[in-house]
Design a protein around this ligand. Sequence first.
Ligand SMILES: [Zn+2]
Length: 220
Amino acid sequence: MATLSSWTSRLLDLLLPRLCGGCRRELAHDRPDPLCGECLRRLRPAAAPLRRCGNLPVWGVYVYEPPLSELIHAFKYDGRQGIGGTLGAWMAGFMPLLGLETMDAVVPVPLHPARLQERGFNQSAILASAVAASAGVPMLDLLERHRRTKPQWRLGRQERADNVRGAFRPALRAGAGDARGLRLTLVDDVCTTGGTLVECAEALRSAGAASVQGFVLALD
Ligand SMILES: [Zn+2]
């Protein structure tokens, strides 16, 4: 859904000098990446890309640390929506390596409608659409966040679990799609305790999904 703020953010992406999302140095105009060469080389692939969060397997590409953590912050909170395409392409690029290509559909972790209105875009949906395109499957908005939650990064471990408990449910709106019998890949930007992904997976299983795995850009 394109909102006024997402259009404004795209316009700003085009007009402002492009700064490296890691070190804020100015980037060459023809540089496709949102990081300078030096920061790009500092990205560290996760040594153990598979994490178990309860009964949910979660795959992650990179370690959540600077400059990637700064880049993700710029993407989500500074409205630099254009960064999302690159981050999604990085995730897609790792899929063959992780053996992550067998799935029926990709599901983004949803934002609460009020948060979506504020931000203008769902960062997880931008990543998920790149993952879905790479796997040759549809992206389905099968979930909704029906309770507003606090940002997880502000909370301690136990508070995080409480914060998101029961916050997600199968999407009720017409045309949302049907999870029954599908092998689903849930996509989010960062996995810390896995609380959000575990709650989302629970909602998808309750809607009849055959299997659920998580896939994130960064493991914290
Ligand atoms: Zn840099």
